[in-house]
Design a protein around this ligand. Sequence first.
Ligand code: SF4
Ligand code: SF4
Ligand code: F3S
Length: 356
Amino acid sequence: MKPDDNLASELERRGVSRRAFLKFATYAASLMALPPSAAEALAEGLAAARRQSVIWLSFQECTGCTESITRSHAPTLENLIFDFISLDYHHTLMAVSGEAAEEARLQAMAANKGKYIVVVDGSVPLDNPGYSMIAGVSNRQMLEDTLKDAYAVIAVGTCASFGGIPAAKPNPTGAVPISALTSGKPLINISGCPPIPEAMTGVISYVLSFGKLPELDHLGRPKAFFGETIHDRCYRRPFYDRGLFAEGFDDAGARQGYCLYKVGCKGPVTYNACATLKWNGGVSFPIQSGHGCLGCSEPNFWDQGGFYRPLPTPLGAMGPILAGAAVAGAALGVGAALSARNHQQAYLAAREKEKE
Ligand code: SF4
Ligand code: SF4
Ligand code: F3S
């Protein structure tokens, strides 16, 4: 793609019809929970957009986030969106290029001052710069240098968004999320361990089209993907509401597909889109595969995981309470009182108490 081309001319050159492009725009708009009328505006914005320079930094991470994005089962047009981005530097994918890769990063920063987007996976170790370095530069230094002239920064994955596994107790490297070092630069957190690839595509399409950040929740996550809990949209929810739970992974309840709450599911306190978008092109997600949600997109993931430990009371009695409420015809009031946000607050308070 020539540097001055917009997406419309690139689509034409590749023989992509306007109809196919509009179909993609409608899909991207629905991913971002935009009204159908916004699909055309999104299509126009994308068609007119210029190449977006992206610099991808990888710090204390496991490569899972990059694997997730590059193994995306996204349709061809989404790949085109990624082609349309000028991925000028990706630490992991360009590692064999050595000094040439570092040169590419510096050139991209100089050529796109104030316009490039920085994507980060992994947390930053503060206790000792030597814990994680790239080309002789500490992670902290590289982040601060690269962010200086960036338009915005996207934290991909729970490590970059909230510290994740590297920040789990006893946090031997003093790992922090990148929000600790972004000094007011516009930031989007796309959490998850790893995050859902479509969330990445949706957010980038939105920023390219409308030239601004999407609506974010109180943790800096796009509301379109993190506005509801797994529990809100889980297909096992009717079992929860009727108080029907698996008590073990191989009991009769598990075989009936009952709710996994009692075997440690953190769906009621986890905000992510797995129950609707699912994984691997919509094939499945953890709960559909028989395992409770681990809460991988939430702050303090891992320390708060307690994978096979049920959520503490007052959540323990929720299913039967809701079942009773439904029978009494009071489900609406009880549902509101026991909103997912309340669940989360109770959960966090109980965990804090356990630590004392
Ligand atoms: Fe790996 Fe999970 Fe961290 Fe991504 S968020 S780098 S998948 S540990
Ligand atoms: Fe689904 Fe877990 Fe909620 Fe049960 S507790 S309905 S398995 S999200
Ligand atoms: Fe993570 Fe739970 Fe989804 S463990 S992948 S947020 S179902």
